[in-house]
Design a binder for this molecule. Structure first.
Ligand SMILES: NC(=O)c1ccc[n+]([C@@H]2O[C@H](COP(=O)([O-])OP(=O)(O)OC[C@H]3O[C@@H](n4cnc5c(N)ncnc54)[C@H](O)[C@@H]3O)[C@@H](O)[C@H]2O)c1
Ligand SMILES: *[C@@H]1O[C@H](CO)[C@@H](O)[C@H](O)[C@H]1NC(C)=O
Length: 435
């Protein structure tokens, strides 16, 4: 707010400049009025230049409203565009150029880094919301910055900005990972799911269909669309019309919305149904992550049990395997067929499971963590609440295997070892603990 206070300090109080009668005084008054106007113009000009040139200055501004107005007036500027172009420039002239939404997120960070590493152009986009500790998102951002990936701080609902990005860079692909994740939080804040997973997705697709050339789109759906299904393993053609949470319902809606944009506008769209992704730089709201934190703190951890002591199990999938799946989907994505907002011919529409094909009971997850952390967990066996979580997930991955050779290679034991090593180094052996 310091800039705003400055504005208030300019000598504009009328009381300070009383109208005086003598001609000499009138002359003096006119002279000082001219001076005031001159300096005010200079000052306004300076403020304008300041806002225009420094989009990143918004981070230390406290008022959200002010930040938003600052942000919309700060898009652009040669320095900002230069950063975007440098980040999005592929190593070879005909290389892939990818806009990654949700780039400061868990999966987004890993995918962005992998794309950049193999020479693709990558630009990130993220709104750095505080669904979980934003300092973890900032740390991931620093990691990406060091490898040459710039993240634009914005919401996927900002159509003006998205269009502007497409004017600066002709993205060949969009890797759309920005979303409101989490199953149980949907009961606390349902509108955040509608905002990001439905309105945001539609806004994203609206911009993609209208730009020329249209990019190919790969986006994250979720294994949660299988909902109350009991037939295992889950195959892509199984029914997905019984979601058990609002989160799942918004992902399912996303798949139907994707169908519409493919059908009407010729957008090439691939949906990926991720199965419980875990690994270094992971999400603090997920069980493997807060179990680790709470075991180290000596806090008891809730382990859910289904009716009749049934085990709750998850098809845990290691992040590196998911990244390979994302790259495989991008590499096999065909071009969109529309232009100028009009469809020219049928376009590709796909959905793939990306899982590990070996469900592990949550109690086994805890046993592995105990061994790795060398701390005994205080287990609290509880009934699985009917608020969104399903009893088990198990992916049939033969479709992704056939289409792009997807083959997960990391078992839970190996993957958790890498996660725990990262966790201890990031949080300093549990002394500075995760929130
Ligand atoms: N991690 C998993 O186990 C898992 C499982 C199934 C599906 N998914 C899906 O994969 C994607 C990535 O998940 P993740 O685990 O990396 O989650 P994440 O929360 O770490 O990443 C999502 C990122 O998107 C950003 N974001 C959210 N809403 C936004 C908006 N309106 N505008 C701009 N940015 C916004 C967030 O700030 C966050 O950094 C999500 O679509 C998620 O639903 C994840
Ligand atoms: C797995 O999915 C494929 C289709 O991709 C299907 O042909 C196969 O029968 C499924 N396997 C099982 C065990 O359900």
């Amino acid at each position: 707010m310091s800039q705003m206070k400055h504005i208030d300090n300019t000598p504009s109080t009328p009381g300070k400049f009383k109208i005086e009668k003598s001609p000499y005084n009138r002359l003096r008054l006119q002279f000082s009025l001219a001076k005031i106007i001159f300096w005010s113009l200079v000052f306004v000009g300076l403020i304008f230049v300041f806002f225009y040139r420094s989009p990143s200055s918004s981070s230390h501004v406290s008022s959200d409203l002010f930040r938003r107005s600052l942000r919309t007036s700060s898009y652009g500027g040669p320095a900002w565009e230069k950063k975007i172009k440098a980040s999005a420039k592929p190593r070879s002239s005909n290389g892939m150029c990818v806009l990654v939404t949700g780039a400061a997120g868990f999966v987004g960070t890993h995918v962005s880094a992998a794309l950049k590493r193999r020479g693709n152009g990558v630009l990130g986009l993220d709104n750095f919301n505080d669904y979980y500790d934003p300092s973890l998102k900032r740390a991931r951002q620093e990691l990406l910055e060091r490898s040459g990936v710039y993240i634009v701080e914005a919401d996927i609902n900002d159509a003006t900005l998205l269009k502007k990005l497409f004017e600066i860079v002709a993205f060949t692909h969009v890797m759309h990972l920005a979303a409101q994740a989490g199953v149980r939080y949907a009961m606390e804040n349902p509108s955040s799911y509608v905002h990001s997973n439905i309105a945001g997705l539609v806004n994203m697709l609206e911009v993609c269909k209208s730009v020329n050339p249209q990019p190919s789109i790969v986006w994250a759906s979720s294994s949660s669309v299988y909902g109350l299904n009991t037939k295992v393993p889950f195959s892509e053609r199984d029914r997905t019309d019984q979601p058990a949470s609002l989160y799942a319902a918004t992902k399912k809606a996303g798949e139907e919305i994707a169908h519409t944009y493919n059908h009407i506008y010729g957008l090439s769209i691939t949906g990926l149904r991720f199965f419980t992704v875990y690994g270094p730089w992971g999400r603090p709201d997920m069980a493997y992550f807060f179990f680790t934190r709470d075991i180290l703190k000596g806090k008891s951890i809730p382990i859910f049990e289904a009716a009749n002591h049934g085990t709750v199990a998850r098809d845990f999938t290691y992040i590196d395997d998911i990244v390979k799946g994302c790259l495989g989907a991008l590499d096999t994505a065909k071009k969109s067929t529309g232009s100028g907002g009009k469809k020219k011919g049928p376009a590709q529409l796909r959905v793939f499971n990306l899982g590990n094909t070996s469900p592990v009971p949550v109690s086994d997850l805890v046993s592995i963590l105990e061994k790795l952390l060398k701390v005994k967990a205080k287990r609290l066996i509880m009934k699985l609440p009917r608020n969104g979580d399903v009893q088990f997930t198990h992916a049939n991955i033969s479709l992704a295997q056939k289409e792009f050779g997807y083959k997960p290679t990391t078992d839970l034991q190996t993957g958790l070892k890498k996660f725990v090593r990262w966790y201890l180094s990031y949080y300093g052996n549990g002394k500075k603990s995760a929130q």
